[in-house]
Design a protein. Structure first.
Length: 409
């Protein structure tokens, strides 16, 4: 079929109209940029749960190695000192009354007394272990004078008047072993002066005496008590009165960090020797321990220094413990070894003191006595040990120590 001439003439118009009827093609939509990623908030690292505290585990007497140990009667004077402090307490009253009727010179009688009237509890660390560190301390005798001289240049301070001691136990009984120390500036209590701020300055505190040697004075503060011998032969007895509130830092570890001495060779004697050989570094070493101890005069006729229990210590039968976990005054059966030796040191002792470096359950500081020999033994003592605390049967068992049905001698 052929188109007429009229149709041919109309074809261009029809094609134009058809093109106008088709919608125009849309341009491609512009690409939208991705929104900025949100900043992830910082998540603090998980805090590990606090280590569980040490516990006391009731055990039968036959689980105490080599009980009753060496010469149990030698601990009797120390027990009587504990009774002087604890005898009025209900749980101790009957035990201390009965102690007055015991032959304290007889090992057999003393052993029988403890087994009849006390219950043993093994001290267990928070991680379940039963061994810990046993160190030693003593009363040094240092050279000094009662006035400053060319030799006696280092003041031994009594408690300064501006030292504040805040006991929180009245408000927070759970903090009964914690005291805050500071000084008043305006109406605010701020930290007290550190060792570096006290030493080498005209410090406003009473002076009991002057020491010849800075290292001797430093170790006198660590030991907590001692004697100062004057050139004319006189001596004064001084003991712990207060502390500036800073935590104790062991200068032996500082020397190890400096690479000056390996920990395996660390002792009081070696630290003193290092100080004599490096006098230019000595002030920096001593100041690395910010803790500072203030002293008071003690009677010259007591058998030993006063411990934290408030009674004189008995050489080789008193120990310092962490009073947060072991009750002060309690007998302790200590199993350890002699300084730098495998020879056993198993004996009955009394927990009658505390110390800034004594922290933890199975942790003891063994009091060796007074003078050079005691100092040499204390300086070398760094032994592993185990401990059993003996509590009166009338005392309520510790919450961490459930009764044990099979306890026996």
């Amino acid at each position: 079929m052929t188109l007429s001439s009229r149709a041919w003439r109309a074809l261009p118009l029809l094609l134009f109209l058809a093109a106008c009827a088709a919608p125009p093609a849309k341009p491609p939509a512009p690409k939208q940029a991705c929104p900025a990623c949100p900043v992830c908030p910082k998540v603090p690292a998980p805090t590990p749960p606090p280590a569980p505290p040490p516990t006391l585990r009731q055990v039968p007497w036959n689980q105490l190695p080599d009980w009753p140990g060496e010469a149990p009667a030698a601990a009797w004077p120390a027990l009587l000192q504990s009774c002087a402090a604890l005898g009025a307490r209900p749980e101790w009253a009957e035990v201390c009354r009965a102690a007055r009727e015991v032959d304290g010179y007889s090992d057999a009688a003393v052993t029988e007394f403890f087994q009849d009237r006390f219950t043993p509890y093994q001290v267990v660390n928070g991680d379940g272990s039963t061994r810990g560190l046993v160190t030693g301390y003593y009363e040094p005798v240092i050279a000094g004078d009662d006035h400053p001289t060319a030799r006696a240049r280092y003041p031994i301070y009594a408690t300064p008047d501006n030292l504040l001691v805040v006991d929180l136990a009245g408000v927070y009984p759970e903090l009964k072993h914690m005291r805050l120390r500071g000084r008043l500036v305006g109406n605010k209590v701020v930290p007290y002066y550190s060792r570096a701020q006290i030493d080498g300055n005209d410090f406003p505190a009473p002076v009991l005496a002057w020491a010849d040697n800075a290292v001797d004075l430093f170790f006198l503060q660590i030991q907590g008590s001692g004697w100062v011998r004057f050139p004319d032969g006189r001596k004064i007895h001084i003991g712990y009165a207060e502390q500036n509130g800073y935590p104790y830092r062991a200068i032996g570890r500082v020397l190890a960090e400096w690479g000056a001495l390996p920990l395996s060779q660390m002792s009081m004697q070696n630290i003193k020797r290092w100080g004599e050989e490096h006098p230019e570094k000595l002030p920096e070493l001593l100041d690395s321990n910010p803790s500072y101890v203030f002293f008071k005069r003690l009677p010259d006729d007591i058998p030993g220094p006063y411990g934290a229990l408030g009674v004189p210590l008995t050489p080789r039968r008193s120990i310092a413990v962490d009073a947060r976990y072991l009750p002060l005054g309690a007998p302790v059966y200590l199993v350890t070894t002699q300084p730098n030796s495998d020879a056993p040191l198993d004996r009955l002792v009394l927990a009658q003191d505390t110390g800034g470096a004594i922290r933890g359950g199975v942790r003891a500081d063994y009091f060796w006595g007074t003078g050079k020999e005691a100092g040499e033994l204390a300086g070398r003592m760094k032994q592993a040990g185990q401990m059993w605390v003996l509590l009166p049967k009338d005392a309520a068992p510790p919450a961490s120590a459930p009764p044990q049905a099979s306890a026996g001698k």
